[in-house]
Design a protein. Structure first.
Length: 297
């Protein structure tokens, strides 16, 4: 079987580590299953499905029934490779994935992973839920896996507040008394939900009052579910809020980025301004970008 890199919508990049090679500096054969299994985790992130919460909601879990590999070549120490993963077939209770490891366009190893959807307590098989079946089919067709909604705090508080509390208060240990403020009622909010209705990202937009000399809108309270970070959801929130700012006549955006997220915002055109400062005990950097001619998603 000849597999092409272009036949996979999802590709997960890896670099071969020293601990994964043998005396000939080629990857020990068992590690290819680890590469494929790691790619499966990335596949769920790309589908905007936090694994554990998703399968708790679906009242089941996936168990490996069969894993096969065919070796065509060898990856070597420090190679940059891409693991392609594709849902090939969904049966009554099983899901079959095709996986392949590429170095450039060359397929080195390919295989098949067969999972069974089952009751976690008894491990007895169950039918694959329709919601999961539809999400997998939609992803492989290239459809969007999430939607963005904007609205007032009255509209979206019930969706945005729990995620903000989880990220800011529980994860980052920010005082709950300062996480909510009076600006929530004044601002425009955005939430991202996946195909199962789970809220995965949120943010808010504040803009000057009518007649203000400075036409700069501010983005804040950006929060993304920890299990799906790096899959474009934060950028989707930023894009939706930037569009709303442009519609209100604002010409620039500013935000207080946690220093760990500076590069994320820099890639979206934001430029650091001034020196970092502490907000809620966490170092933040003011960053600004122009909205003039903004055609970013």
């Amino acid at each position: 079987m000849t597999l092409l890199r272009s036949s996979f919508r999802f590709l997960d990049r890896i670099r071969v580590r020293w601990a994964e090679v043998d005396m000939q500096r080629i990857v020990f054969n068992a590690h290819y299953l680890m590469y494929f299994d790691t790619a499966v985790a990335g596949y769920w992130r790309a589908m905007a499905l936090p694994y554990h919460e998703t399968f708790e909601r679906l009242q089941g879990d996936l168990y490996v029934r069969k894993a096969t590999l065919e070796y065509l070549g060898s990856a070597r120490y420090d190679d940059l490779c891409d693991v392609g993963l594709r849902c090939q077939r969904i049966g009554t209770s099983s899901i079959t994935f095709v996986a392949a490891l590429f170095r450039g366009e060359q397929c080195l190893v390919h295989g098949e992973l067969v999972y069974v959807f089952a009751d976690p307590a008894t491990q007895s098989s169950r039918p694959v839920p329709n919601a999961l079946r539809e999400a997998l089919d939609a992803f492989e067709r290239g459809e969007a896996m999430f939607s963005v909604r904007t609205g007032t705090w009255v509209d979206l508080a019930a969706l945005a507040a729990p995620l903000r509390h989880e990220v800011f208060v529980q994860e980052q240990r920010i005082d709950a008394a300062i996480e909510r403020d009076e600006h929530d009622a004044d601002g425009l909010h955005a939430v991202v939900r996946n195909r199962l209705g789970m809220v995965l990202a949120t943010g808010r937009l504040l803009w000057p009052q009518a007649g203000a000399a400075v036409v700069e809108a501010r983005i804040g309270r950006m929060a993304v579910h920890r299990d799906v970070r790096g899959s474009g959801l934060g950028a989707a929130v930023r894009g939706a809020l930037a569009e709303q700012a442009s519609q209100r006549g604002c010409t620039s955006l500013s935000l207080q980025a946690q220093t760990s997220a500076i590069e994320f915002y820099r890639r979206q055109g934001f430029v650091p301004q001034g020196e970092p400062s502490a907000i809620g005990g966490i170092a933040h950097q003011t960053m600004v970008r122009s909205l003039a001619g903004d055609d970013r998603p």
